[in-house]
Write a protein that binds this ligand. Structure first.
Ligand code: COA
Length: 176
């Protein structure tokens, strides 16, 4: 997928490039955005460049969420191998000024509509969301994911052990 657009919303997904670093820093350095993310807020542009060059460039599936081709967030699917190959984990972030406009929901729907074709071995797209991250849980519900349950004390995030909600969408589930 080089570029995919939802013309009705103006949202597109494309590869995140090192030339996007200043836009990347807008969300990656914002504590409101990174609160529920596994990484700490970025404090240096150089770290942002290194992340895009070393991690993003080698990521199996990571796209910038764009409006008018400007990166305002990112969405990714992490791959598994061996006996876990049937499932991939979805993650997404959006710059705070764009919250509450339905953009993350549209981006998740776009990924859900293409990833099972792109990766024929994938049968399950899953997402783990902090119990206190109500906005992200709502995004997944609106995009047709099934809320499977709470995994108690599942991960350590920023010094505290967190209960996480597991969501999934199967390749055979109806698309909303
Ligand atoms: C989570 C996030 C991606 C949502 O993006 P968004 O574009 O604002 O999401 P949408 O507008 O598509 O939908 C948000 C929904 O959550 C609702 N919502 C927002 N905050 C909420 C809260 N605290 N509790 C419950 N629902 C909430 C909104 O009302 C909306 O639902 P509605 O359309 O029924 O009114 C964005 O807030 C973000 O980047 N947060 C930081 C990173 C993050 O948490 N990523 C996910 C990690 S699992």
């Amino acid at each position: 997928m080089e570029e995919e657009s939802l013309r009705s919303t103006g949202i597109s997904l494309r590869l995140l490039d090192v030339s996007d670093v200043d836009d990347f820093m807008v969300w990656a350095s914002d504590d409101r955005v990174t609160r529920f993310c596994s990484f700490e807020s970025y404090t240096s542009r150089e770290d942002g460049i290194n992340y895009i060059k070393n991690i993003v460039a080698n990521h199996p599936w990571l796209r910038a969420i764009c409006i008018s081709n400007r990166a305002i967030g990112a969405i990714s699917v992490a791959a598994n191998s061996g006996n876990d190959k049937c499932r991939g984990e979805l993650g997404y972030v959006l710059a705070a000024e764009y919250w509450g406009k339905g953009i993350a929901t549209q981006a998740v729907k776009m990924v859900a509509s293409t990833i099972f074709d792109e990766w024929p071995h994938l049968e399950r797209l899953e997402a783990l969301v902090d119990v206190e991250n109500g906005g992200s849980q709502r995004v997944l519900e609106k995009a047709g994911f099934k809320r499977e349950g709470v995994l108690r004390k599942y991960i350590i995030s920023k010094g505290s052990t967190r209960d996480m909600v597991m969501f999934s969408l199967l390749s055979t589930d109806p698309r909303i």
